[in-house]
Design a protein around this ligand. Structure first.
Ligand SMILES: Nc1ncnc2c1ncn2[C@@H]1O[C@H](COP(=O)(O)OP(=O)(O)OP(=O)(O)O)[C@@H](O)[C@H]1O
Length: 475
């Protein structure tokens, strides 16, 4: 929630702005002259100040530098009259964040305000970035696009504004929502998931708001709803696009006031939760089609994180395969497996319409087909995946796409050698784990390495030492 100060003597403009700001979930203070407005800006931290130019006791632009010099250094949005074409230019030259015309519709005021708040949050994040190290939870991948999303998680974690996570099915939206929670100041509170697609119409209100004993037939005990369970923590609305219109209305009120009345209750209760939502639907199109409330959408997406599909994340498939294959082997009590390079190449060539979830399901099928065999080859892949991957590779050739760099000519020997050694070492280590079934003495005796050298090599390759040392903590 941001703190916004309005300095304007015009009653209609001031009250309309106050309403818009509070409707967006922020705190609004309103003063009608510089005599009261400027001392307030000095004494209390504000994020944004809406400042009129012509005020009863002076020109707002003259005091703009004073407001900017306060310790909270708020962003200033100047309010100009429709008949002052030069005022906008003057405002920008004076270092204001933006300007709006007095009497503008609320929608026109919201965007500069959202941007100013986002800018401040990013600034705050950058200043804290050096001391903040993100807990990635189980998020695997180091592609540029995934790393950019992790940066956004870090930004979202240091403030409390609502976050909307978008992306195709199976891209990891829930995982990212959990990462925001675990890295936030609310990590000690609950992370409560509301699966909006699975809320039965008849029970939705009691599930969300809770109920008192005897509120309806069969309510033998009172019960807290999901919203109250999220008090002090994070409420995650998964598949938010599936909320029915009547529940959207009820939710909007809860988001505005953070208060609600349980079914059968006589008093309202309060819940201080942070909201994160996710969807794979086009909510703007749903607003256009009348299926989603625009005022609710506005509240949900103060900050947006768009998770890219797996096919656009260069190199992540390989990392995900190693990570999830190791977890699956552990779950089935199997020794860890090595990979033939062609196995990984086939997986990387496939488009993964179901994204990471489809990849994990595929690996599950691979385990069934490979069982105790220590190395995975393309033949272990389900045939539909092999066929689609082969078609995708052929498609590239037929369409005359530039062939991969390796086919043009040779890379520099130095790069080629390094990459080959790295790959060979990595395969060797996985084979070693598989062959020795995690017996460190046997692994040292086969490889001729000391335990410390072996552990160091594993660390270089991002392979966890617990494969040989089950008591090892996460690194
Ligand atoms: N980057 C990642 N690293 C490791 N595992 C991942 C990653 N992304 C997703 N997963 C795994 O993929 C599966 C699907 O992820 P998740 O449920 O978060 O996707 P989603 O986008 O919320 O899907 P949906 O839209 O269908 O609800 C989960 O098992 C999750 O742990």
């Amino acid at each position: 929630m941001a703190n916004v100060l309005i300095i304007d003597n015009d009653d209609a403009t001031g009250s309309s702005l106050c309403r818009t700001v509070t409707d967006m979930g922020h705190d609004a203070s309103w003063r009608k002259n510089l005599r009261e407005g400027v001392p307030l800006a000095v004494s209390r931290p504000f994020d944004v100040v809406f400042l009129a130019i012509h005020l009863p006791d002076g020109n707002g632009l003259d005091l703009l530098p004073v407001i900017q010099a306060t310790s909270s250094a708020p962003e200033i949005i100047i309010m100009t009259g429709a008949d002052e074409p030069d005022a906008a230019e003057t405002a920008i030259k004076s270092g204001a964040w933006d300007y709006v015309t007095k009497g503008a519709a609320p929608e026109e005021v919201k965007l500069p305000l959202v941007r100013a708040i986002q800018y401040r949050q990013e600034k705050l994040y950058c200043s804290r970035k050096n001391v903040t190290s993100l807990k990635r939870d189980d998020i695997v991948g180091s592609s540029r696009k995934l790393t950019a999303c992790l940066d956004q998680v870090a930004q979202a974690a240091v403030n409390d504004i609502p976050v909307l996570i978008t992306g195709e099915t199976g891209t990891g939206k829930e995982l990212f929502a959990r990462a925001i929670h675990h890295n936030s100041g609310r990590a000690a509170g609950n992370f409560v998931v509301v699966d909006c697609a699975a809320l039965p119409d008849t029970l939705v209100e009691s599930l969300l708001f809770g109920h008192e004993k005897g509120a309806f037939t069969g309510a033998e005990h009172g019960r807290d709803g999901l919203i109250l369970q999220a008090h002090g923590g994070t409420l995650f609305l998964d598949e938010v696009g599936e909320l029915s219109v009547s529940v959207q209305r009820a939710f909007l009120r809860v988001l505005q006031e953070h208060r609600f009345r349980p079914l059968g209750g006589s008093r309202e209760v309060e819940s201080d939760f942070r909201l994160v939502s996710a969807t794979n639907r086009d909510l703007d199109a749903m607003v256009q089609g009348g299926q989603f409330r625009s005022d609710l959408l506005f509240r949900l997406r103060s900050f947006t994180i768009e998770i890219p599909p797996l096919r656009d994340r260069d190199g992540d498939v390989k990392e995900l395969v190693r990570y999830h294959m190791d977890r699956l082997c552990e779950r089935y009590g199997l020794a860890h497996k090595g990979f033939a390079p062609e196995f990984l190449q086939s997986l990387a060539a496939y488009a993964w319409p179901g994204n990471v979830r489809e990849l994990i399901n595929t690996l599950d099928r691979v385990i069934v087909s490979a069982r105790y065999e220590p190395t995975l080859f393309p033949k272990h892949l389900p045939s539909d995946i092999r066929i689609k991957a082969a078609r995708a590779a052929n498609g590239h050739k037929r369409q005359g796409d530039a062939p991969p760099a390796a086919f043009h000519g040779l890379p520099p020997l130095h790069d080629f050698r390094d990459e080959t050694v790295q790959r060979a070492e990595n395969n060797y280590l996985h084979e070693l784990i598989a062959v020795t079934r995690g017996n460190i003495n046997e692994a040292c005796s086969i490889s001729g390495l000391s335990p410390s050298r072996l552990y160091a090599l594993m660390k270089n390759h991002g392979i966890h030492r617990r494969y040989f040392d089950p008591d090892a903590e996460g690194e």
